[in-house]
Design a protein. Structure first.
Length: 122
């Protein structure tokens, strides 16, 4: 089955899932979600987001109140297509638009949406 881009917006105080997922960006309000990936453990809560590579992961939510999720999922190959259009010149893109793409792998990390000294300097 071919993957698609989609948005997940939901609320729950308990949730558990494990399996293979798409490249995604996740954030939560009114509580937190705990993720386990091959790169470590991540807690995602209000004011933070998680950029998650395609692949295996586990998510668990266990809160007394409902946690609101907002997650963007990207179809397989989208990141590679975007990277190729940014790096290749127009002539190469027109001459071979279906050239096989190299894999893109981001470093999974939970990041804060608040300004810090480091982000202010970049």
């Amino acid at each position: 089955m071919e993957s698609q881009n989609y948005v997940l917006h939901d609320k729950s105080n308990e949730f558990y899932w494990e399996g293979d997922g798409q490249l995604s960006i996740k954030t939560f309000r009114y509580g937190r979600a705990l993720y386990k990936t091959n790169r470590g453990f991540f807690a995602v809560e209000e004011g933070r987001y998680l950029l998650l590579n395609e692949g295996a992961y586990t998510i668990a939510i266990e809160e007394e109140t409902e946690v609101e999720s907002f997650c963007l999922f990207f179809r397989k190959g989208l990141a590679e297509e975007v990277l190729r259009t940014l790096k290749a010149d127009s002539g190469n893109l027109l001459a071979d638009p279906f050239k096989p793409l190299n894999s893109v792998d981001f470093f999974s990390s939970a990041l804060s949406t608040q300004k810090s000294t480091i982000s202010g300097e970049i």
